[in-house]
Design a protein around this ligand. Sequence first.
Ligand code: KG4
Ligand code: ZN
Length: 339
Amino acid sequence: MSDLIMGIETSCDETAAAIVEDGKKIISNVVASQISIHQKYGGVVPEIASRKHMEYIIPVIDRALDESEKKLSDLSAIAVTYGPGLIGSLLVGLSVAKAMAYAQNIPLIGINHLEAHIYANLLEHNEIKPPFVCLVVSGGHTSLVYIRHFGEYKLLGQTKDDAAGEVFDKIAKVLDLGYPGGPITEKLANEGDPYSIKFPRPILNDKSYDFSFSGLKTSVIYHIKELKKENKNVPVRDILASFQQAVIDVLAGKTIEAALKFKTKQIILAGGVAANSALRSELKKKANLLGIKVFYPSTFLCTDNAAMVASVGYYKLKENIKSSFSLDAVSRLPLARKN
Ligand code: KG4
Ligand code: ZN
């Protein structure tokens, strides 16, 4: 018999519910984005986000059920993101998930949002087999992880300051390009020269797998301010292309180094920034030369969604990993600790 898992995701500014069969087949996948609401503030306002989740969550779940043509009683379990994320937002999804699991008398499975981003890849790629190296790059996280077996994560390095997506968002904000900054930066960068301005490649050459993007961010912002101060033209496309190239050089360089060190033949990209086509193609080009395959999810599965949450839920259920109803939301939940 197949297992239908409902996934629920409310960790940031997307209210999402999905139904996935046997960890692989997406039956329905509904995402209500709050982007247009937060846009005027230039970023996510946590208090507004949690209120909007309260408003959206039940209609989103209803729609996920309607589109699936399944009933609540068909579900085998409810998987829900319990961290990391905005605490008030997480609590909305978690509370509804608990109520549903309790009422249906089915397991509740708490999911780490970062693990869900990694599993987004499994919804589409059957060939992925550990061991592999995974680069998780989102609005809140930049982590390089070695995965020997599914569920066993060795954190190789992470950002010491800003996350990769966060820097895209902050630079777009300085240039008045709106929120989120990633997609618009990618679009404009495509029309610019990535080697026209030499921005720093932070800690690319040190031996660690850690990242640091705040120096790059400051350098780009300073460059823009200087041009404005001198009343010079601001070549937005060239600036964005050069900035994006600097980020990609660091992300791709360290990821390839890790794959070589751990002798893996597969690299997995995950998280919102994995939607960036320049990052995808550069990493693929470099890795393929070394006989390493690169996988990433379709764009709609890179950014926050609940299908990826349901997918992890299925594999946890198979291992009989369930959560108690006292499960709490955890704002800073690591995927793995350095060891
Ligand atoms: O995974 P996600 O939806 O949310 C978090 O878990 O943080 O990632 C959102 C982040 C934002 O910072 C957004 O600017 C970035 O992903 N992003 C991109 C692209 N699409 C989204 N960054 C670069 N290029 C893109 N095409
Ligand atoms: Zn995310």
